[in-house]
Design a protein around this ligand. Structure first.
Ligand code: ATP
Ligand code: MG
Length: 289
């Protein structure tokens, strides 16, 4: 695994994208120890780069995590950001919209949670749910508070247009958006569900509704494919992460984040010449207190 190995999973042009060209499993079996070591060294580098991002205070990074249930979003986020200064990160989980959120346009709750300059934002699910779960279960749309005349067949194309414009505007203002789809197989999901049910410490993670959602697998994959086709671009790429192997998927995500931060070529800000030339006298002033 060379630096930048995550590039093979990056989609920067959605026009020819098909999920079937990607795999849910890694290309080869790699030992867990090796992957964990690799991930740890990448996270160390991310922590260093994040420190510079924060000091520099011009750019921000928004990472988006999307997956079917048990895809490993939570643990990927935990592993990726363990060791990074908490002051430099902002994590938000997006659940079913609240009454307040439903009283606004579909991007509102995301707009108010975008990361401020110098920070890495993490969206655990995101506005993409509006073209995924809402598309798979159209009754959500019908029972929303949207005016009826605005619910028509072009609504998905309109939402994609809005999302593309939002991400372009983020980029033009210094925030890149990296989108991770943790691509899981139905077999692996089944194993993880059973393990959640059998292990008392993992029971709490099991929700019977997850089985219902699983029965819409084909519809979800189609919705993911269309979302990626419509929103993958150079500045806001999607990464299709083989999620059947958790240590591998974490290493890929860490590599992608590390590569992106390194590509910004940021440096710590320097003091003005005047302050710089007076540093020695400030030191003496303190020492002579
Ligand atoms: P876990 O992996 O722990 O299950 P999760 O992200 O699935 O985490 P849950 O609380 O289980 O969290 O589920 C959140 C649910 O909210 C998901 O089923 C998701 O599809 C749904 N959701 C998120 N955004 C929207 C939305 N805009 N409209 C309708 N449902 C949404
Ligand atoms: Mg869930």
């Amino acid at each position: 695994m060379k630096d930048g190995f995550s590039a093979q999973y990056r989609v920067t042009d959605g026009s020819n994208f098909h999920l079937e060209s990607f795999n849910t499993a890694p290309p080869e079996h790699l030992a867990k120890d090796l992957l964990t070591k690799r991930k740890k060294s990448l996270v160390k580098r991310i922590a260093k780069l994040q420190d510079i991002l924060y000091a520099n205070d011009r750019h921000a990074l928004l990472t988006i995590f999307q997956a079917m249930d048990a895809g490993g979003k939570d643990s990927a986020i935990k592993h990726l950001f363990t060791g990074i200064n908490p002051q430099g990160c902002e994590v938000h989980s997006f659940k079913r919209p609240t009454f307040l959120e439903l009283d606004h346009d579909f991007m509102w709750r995301s707009n108010i949670r975008t990361p401020s300059r110098g920070k890495i934002g993490v969206f655990n699910r995101s506005y993409y749910e509006e073209v995924l779960v809402v598309k798979v279960h159209e009754q959500i749309l019908n029972s929303s508070k949207l005016p009826k005349e605005l619910i028509h067949e072009d609504i998905w194309a309109e939402r994609f247009e809005y999302i593309r414009a939002f991400e372009r505007s983020m980029h033009q203002n210094g925030t890149n958006v990296l989108k991770f789809f943790l691509y899981l197989s139905p077999d692996e999901q089944k194993k993880r569900f059973i393990s959640r049910m059998k292990n008392p410490e993992k029971n709490w993670k099991f929700d019977p509704n997850d089985l219902y959602e699983r029965s819409f697998w084909g519809e979800y994959m189609q919705a993911y494919e269309e979302a990626i086709q419509s929103t993958a671009c150079q500045d806001s790429p999607w990464y299709i992460i083989p999620a059947d192997d958790k240590p591998y998927s974490r290493a890929v995500i860490a590599d992608a984040v590390c590569q992106h931060l390194a590509s910004l070529n940021l440096e710590y800000p320097t003091l003005s010449e005047e302050v710089q030339s007076n540093l020695q006298s400030y030191i003496e002033q303190l020492q002579n207190e």
